[in-house]
Design a protein around this ligand. Structure first.
Ligand code: ADP
Ligand code: MG
Length: 352
């Protein structure tokens, strides 16, 4: 079991379910876009400084562009004036700022979707499931189906586009030890896919603490640069380690800052590589709330604002699940029903 928890590389990627040509087209598109400037393209930043920055978690121009001159100076051992120049150069190359609405629309043209396995849930999410270049968060009580939705998506992402997939691999960052290869097998068999092939296309890592969880994001960037066609990143759970490690009263601000940076990096990963991010989040009792469901998601506003789509999951009648769309930028606050079965997430429980 343990070796399953190490991210492994499978260079000989060849999805049996996926059509060759779509794959090539996709790859070409993404790779072309990713051939962008790196840290060492900035005047004043050579390989030595780049290595120092990478060690500090700054991997790309965006990371550099958002630094303050003082912190860059400290990280890289530069003078502050030189640091300021480098940051300005990075900002110039990033073209940070406004774009017109039509340019924005164009940037969204290559957004694709991954089916959840349930038409109801897909419709709640706007029609086709979870979206690339976006973070979809599911929060809810223990047993509400958050992990099961993640496992289902990890299988479905591998389907060709015509079947609601994104023709790619999934990364599963497991913070709670709940990833189950057996479940992946069952869900795969449920949709007529080869379970062993599907398992091969899910890159699993157990994150042992929040720092490790953060570090694994860089690992994902590296794998994508190495050519892994990753189209979905699952983080189950996003908040558990942060919550456990920053439990003290005085630590909330630190926790939120760290979480904020992490979510920011996640969103960047999603946008740069046109992939979908699915994160799960726990709830805590909210004693201040007198009516309705007295639970609130962990992570407060930071997570709420960073997530493009937020789903609140709960158990419904007769073994069903209910998903509610919470403050989406473009979708109404609706609810829908779905089921978790041996085949994963579905519209109806046909087992009985
Ligand atoms: P959480 O929200 O805590 O991540 P899960 O996604 O793990 O919750 O949901 C657990 C629930 O999923 C179980 O209580 C059960 O109802 C359902 N489930 C898990 N495995 C199966 C299975 N093989 N067949 C049917 N239902 C399952
Ligand atoms: Mg879970």
């Amino acid at each position: 079991m343990l070796e399953k928890y190490n991210i492994y590389k499978d260079k000989s990627f060849n999805l049996s379910m996926a059509k060759e040509e779509t794959k090539e087209k996709e790859k070409g598109k993404d790779v072309g876009k990713e051939a962008e400037a790196g840290l060492t393209d900035i005047p004043g930043i050579g390989p030595g400084i780049a290595a120092k920055l990478e060690a500090a978690g700054i991997y790309d121009l965006m990371g550099l562009a958002v630094l303050s001159p003082a912190s860059l100076a400290e990280m890289a051992g530069l003078g502050e004036a030189a640091a300021r120049k480098s940051i300005q150069a990075a900002r110039g190359m990033m073209k940070l700022g406004f774009i017109s609405g039509d340019e924005f629309a164009k940037k969204r043209e290559d957004v694709s979707h991954i089916t959840t396995g349930s038409t109801n849930l897909n419709n709640l999410l706007g029609g086709k499931g979870i979206e690339t270049k976006a973070i979809t968060e599911a929060y809810g009580a223990f047993g509400s189906g958050k992990t099961q939705l993640g496992l289902t998506l990890a299988v479905r992402v591998q389907l060709p586009k015509e079947q609601g997939g994104a023709n790619g691999k999934a990364v599963f960052i497991d913070t709670e030890g709940t990833f189950r290869p057996e479940r992946i097998r069952q869900i795969s068999e449920g949709i007529g896919a080869n379970p062993e092939k599907v398992l091969k296309n899910i890159l699993v890592a157990r994150a042992f603490n929040s720092d490790h969880q953060i570090l694994l994001l860089d690992k994902i960037s590296e794998m994508i640069k190495d050519g892994e066609p990753i189209k979905l990143v699952i983080i189950d759970s996003l908040t558990a380690h942060f919550r456990a490690e920053f439990a003290g009263r005085g630590q909330l601000a630190d926790r939120q800052q760290k979480l904020n940076r992490y979510l920011h990096n996640l969103m960047r990963l999603a946008e740069q590589h046109n992939l979908a991010v699915y994160v799960t989040n726990q709830v805590m009792a909210n004693p201040a709330m007198m009516f309705g469901d007295p639970t609130t998601a962990i992570g407060g506003n930071i997570v709420a604002h960073a997530s493009t789509y937020r789903l609140y999951l709960r158990r419904g009648k007769q073994g069903s699940r209910v998903a509610k769309m919470i403050d989406s930028p473009n979708l109404p606050e609706n609810e829908c029903q779905f089921y978790v079965t041996v085949k994963g997430v579905v519209d109806e429980d046909t087992e009985e």
